[in-house]
Design a binder for this molecule. Structure first.
Ligand code: PLP
Length: 267
């Protein structure tokens, strides 16, 4: 079985974070390995507390794991603190060079939907350098705006942000998720193409019945699973989006505020 590694925060609801990532990996037929970066206290209504993991323990988890297993793809989610990001970067050093064959997907989680900070502000700089080694970075509009200082309330600004993530930050591709904008959700995929950046809008269909919990985590982990299985980047993105759209239509259940996605193998 192919192996996907998620480096992410714990969400006890199972709707987001590491628990969701592992469910998605399993549904896609990939073995999921996981390293916890933060413990959260949360329900579907809000994040009550975020406790970053000890940075040295994150480092050791990764070192010991990577001495033993070689992942086929890696997903990085919420990293909580500056020291945690630095230690992830240290432990992943062999995978961060341009010659590494292991694709890394970074979901640059800055905050939860309720506004709770999931990555401290002073860590944005080191996150930016990590993004330089990513096969794909998957910010939502707000995260793209925060990281690039582009105004993503317009299409032009969103295109500028996606281009910055690729041409200035150095990611091979960026998927800026437009799901939180009114109207049919449109994502923008920017891919490095020789010396330039090619841009493609991906149209989606709004699924009623939200709010949903953990859609961003599910999308990035579904794309990671596809990359672990050997899919080309654009195919992995298309299949990941389709997988999440199907999961939204079924939903596994409802909490006090948000609904949980339901993942199944047939997606
Ligand atoms: N908790 C963790 C650990 C997460 O990684 C995320 C999102 O990435 C969330 C909570 C937030 O999920 P939502 O945006 O659905 O509130």
């Amino acid at each position: 079985m192919k192996i996907a590694l998620s480096i992410a925060g714990s969400d006890p609801t199972g709707g987001a974070g590491l628990q969701a990532d592992l469910q998605v990996f399993r549904a896609m037929g990939v073995h999921g390995a996981g390293v916890v970066t933060a413990i959260t206290v949360q329900d579907t209504a809000k994040v009550h507390q975020v406790l970053p993991a000890f940075p040295s323990v994150v480092l050791e988890q990764l070192r010991v794991l990577l001495r033993d297993l070689t992942p086929d793809a890696i997903k990085i989610g919420a990293l909580a603190s500056d020291d945690v990001v630095r230690n992830v970067q240290l432990a992943l050093a062999p995978f961060l060079s341009a010659s590494s064959a292991v694709p890394i997907v970074i979901d640059p989680v800055l905050a939860a939907s309720d506004g709770t900070v999931l990555l401290e502000r002073r860590a944005w700089g080191v996150l930016q350098s990590l993004i330089g080694s990513a096969a794909l970075v998957t910010p939502n509009l707000e995260e793209a705006a925060s990281l690039t200082e582009c105004d993503t309330s317009t299409e032009e600004g969103t295109q500028a942000a996606a281009s910055v993530l690729v041409s200035e930050f150095g990611a091979r591709a960026a998927l800026v998720k437009g799901g939180h904008r009114d109207g049919p959700p449109r994502d923008l995929l920017a891919v490095r193409d020789g010396g330039s950046v090619s841009l493609r809008w991906l149209e989606g269909e709004r699924v009623e019945g939200g709010p949903f919990h953990g859609t961003g985590c599910a999308l990035s982990s579904a794309i990671t699973a596809q990359l672990a299985l050997g899919a080309a980047l654009e195919d992995a993105v298309d299949r990941g989006r389709q997988f999440v759209a199907n999961a939204l239509r079924k939903t596994a259940g409802s909490g006090a505020r948000a609904r949980l996605l339901s993942y199944s193998c047939s997606d």
